[in-house]
Design a protein around this ligand. Structure first.
Ligand code: MN
Length: 135
């Protein structure tokens, strides 16, 4: 079975159920479809099923962490074009740099601001080399 790309699908990789609910609700209210994964392993299963147009990646996950997974996905030609935005509790510049060095395309600090979150995501997508086309 080949994976199909859904231009409005966001894969949310987050192990905290409260954050998962909040992020998913904000995305759905903005018209995005969401897929959920609580670990790197679950994220890989979801990616085998459907190709999202964006991955929101919690950094601290049980088992393989989000930055290691981001590096792995960026090294894989089947997933390397999917933008990845890291979500981390650390708003420090050092953490932003680590996320970008791991291959993430952007970085949003938690706790998320529900009123600005979609705008922050769209700003990262608009800065992509492909001109922000969410596809
Ligand atoms: Mn976490």
């Amino acid at each position: 079975m080949s994976t199909t790309e859904n231009p409005r699908l966001v894969l949310v990789v987050e192990d905290n159920p409260t954050n998962m609910m909040l992020v998913s609700a904000v995305l759905r209210r903005a018209g995005y479809a969401t897929a959920a994964a609580g670990s790197a392993e679950e994220a890989c299963r979801e990616l085998a099923r459907a190709r999202p147009s964006l991955i929101l990646m919690d950094v601290q996950l049980p088992g393989q962490d989000g930055l290691a997974l981001a590096g792995q996905l960026k090294a894989d030609p089947t997933t390397s074009a999917i933008p990845i935005i890291a979500l981390t509790a650390h708003a420090m510049e050092e953490h932003r740099q680590r996320a970008l060095a791991a291959g993430c395309d952007g970085y949003i600090a938690k706790p998320i601001n529900t009123r600005t979150f979609i705008g922050e995501i769209e700003a990262v997508l608009a800065a992509q080399p492909r001109g922000g086309a969410v596809s």
